[in-house]
Design a binder for this molecule. Structure first.
Ligand code: FES
Length: 153
């Protein structure tokens, strides 16, 4: 049996062994699997990195939304939450003003919640608690022919 040193068949040889090649292949597969799991998570937490969505988006199914319900839309590539209340529709950025995670609308509590560091915003997007330094920016709502559109304020 040949002596092996760090995946090479003998000291001073440049020829890799089968074990060295398999170690390298396993490392490469582990790296690719790690990237495949990490990238979608980062895209969820930092949706601003995604593109898509026009600057004037229609809220699909707005007519079927009950008071208190919300819909997520993309306006100019940014995630926006549209809420229906008893008076009509309102829209706020879904991107937390702390570090940019995606906030969710908690219908039962009528507030926005950021799962990253537990920031809480009231129904008007104002900071209630947590590390967020600023309120959620509001978006403009326009009704045209019974359809609801969202655009930057
Ligand atoms: S990113 Fe939302 S609280 Fe930190």
């Amino acid at each position: 049996m040949k002596p092996q040193v760090d995946g090479f068949d003998k000291v001073g040889s440049a020829r890799p062994t089968r074990r060295g090649f398999l170690d390298w292949l396993i490392s490469l597969c582990s790296l690719l699997a790690g990237l495949a799991m990490t990238i979608p998570g980062l895209m969820y937490l930092w949706p601003a990195a995604r593109g898509g969505g026009s600057d004037n988006m229609e809220v699909e199914g707005a007519d079927r939304m009950a008071p208190g319900q919300s819909r997520m839309v993309q306006v100019g590539g940014k995630a926006v939450i549209v809420i229906r209340d008893r008076k009509g529709f309102r829209a706020y950025s879904a991107i937390c003003t702390h570090l940019g995670c995606l906030v969710t609308w908690e219908q039962a509590k009528e507030q926005f919640f950021c799962p990253c560091h537990a920031a809480v915003f009231d129904a008007q997007g104002r900071v209630v608690s947590g590390p967020a330094p600023a309120p959620l920016p509001a978006y403009k709502i326009k009704e045209v022919g019974g359809r609801i559109y969202v655009s930057p304020a």
